[in-house]
Design a protein around this ligand. Structure first.
Ligand code: GTP
Ligand code: MG
Length: 247
């Protein structure tokens, strides 16, 4: 019985902040999709960089000794940042970079095709984190307005379904980001922005809302997750990466 239960148990990957890990029930989970959403500059991309590094840590340090795929739809991935974060953890930056497969997705079609291709790679290359930063950017740009909403939603749902399958089959964490406006009332032209990122609201997984606080502090809140207690926590974006905030 023990063995069987172990097979279905999700693993956790540390975010770099103990308080954020606690909020998430120990870190980001495998076999599921975790969505980080919030306005610009709230730390979505920084968390993605950190997870691409942290999945490489040994299990006793909060990793899975595995590789990451980073699907970059906005051109905001920075190898220099990976280098900084690696050194801060005492890891060899060159090795860490070798274990991150960075793919610049140029449009929504490409973004979806990349995920399809991953099914052949996950096990062979020991990939346990798949990041899509941002999930929604291309879709919003290519299918604007109410008249395109149904098609956009249909494609996004298919994309999310594939990500969920990847996560489940290969015991990997799927991490997606979603920029939402701070003032949705100002963006009445976009019906999904108006309800604050509900665009992926009904997909399975964990949704984490990020807000700015003072300086390098950010506030995280888990929303709509019945298995995770409601609550908020503060973390910091430091030169070393994602950390607990001091005081
Ligand atoms: P959008 O993609 O525009 O929606 O924003 P985001 O949520 O992805 O924001 P991102 O993760 O890019 O966070 C940006 C914040 O992280 C900035 O406001 C910086 O304060 C901080 N940051 C980014 N790079 C560094 C860095 O190299 N060192 C430090 N100390 N902070 C950084
Ligand atoms: Mg970003």
């Amino acid at each position: 019985m023990e063995v069987k239960r172990e097979r279905f148990k999700a693993k956790k990957i540390t975010t770099g902040s103990k308080s954020l890990d606690e909020l998430l029930g120990g870190g980001v989970e495998t076999k599921t999709i975790t969505e980080f959403f919030g306005e610009y500059g709230t730390g979505k991309t920084q968390i993605c960089h950190q997870l691409a590094v942290n999945v490489q840590l040994p299990e006793d340090k909060g990793g899975l000794e595995a590789k990451a795929v980073y699907i970059d739809t906005e051109g905001t991935f920075r190898w220099e940042r990976i280098d900084q974060m690696s050194r801060a953890l005492g890891l060899d930056p060159d090795k860490v970079m070798e274990n991150i497969y960075w793919i610049r997705a140029i449009n929504s079609h490409h973004q979806m095709a990349v995920v399809e291709k991953l099914f052949d790679m996950m096990a062979r290359d020991n990939i346990r984190v798949v990041i899509v930063d941002s999930l929604t950017g291309h879709f919003r740009a290519e299918f604007p307005g109410r008249e395109n909403l149904a098609l956009r939603q249909q494609l996004l749902n298919r994309h999310l379904h594939q990500l969920m399958r990847l996560a489940e089959i290969y015991d990997a964490a799927a991490i997606v980001t979603n920029q939402v406006m701070a003032r949705p009332d100002m963006f009445f032209g976009d019906p999904t922005a108006a309800v604050g990122g509900h665009v992926v609201g009904h997909a399975p997984g964990v949704r984490v809302q990020l807000r700015k606080s003072r300086g390098n502090k950010r506030i995280a809140r888990v929303v709509d997750a019945p298995h995770i207690p409601e609550g908020e926590t503060v973390f910091a974006i430091t030169e070393y990466g994602i950390r607990d905030s001091e005081g």
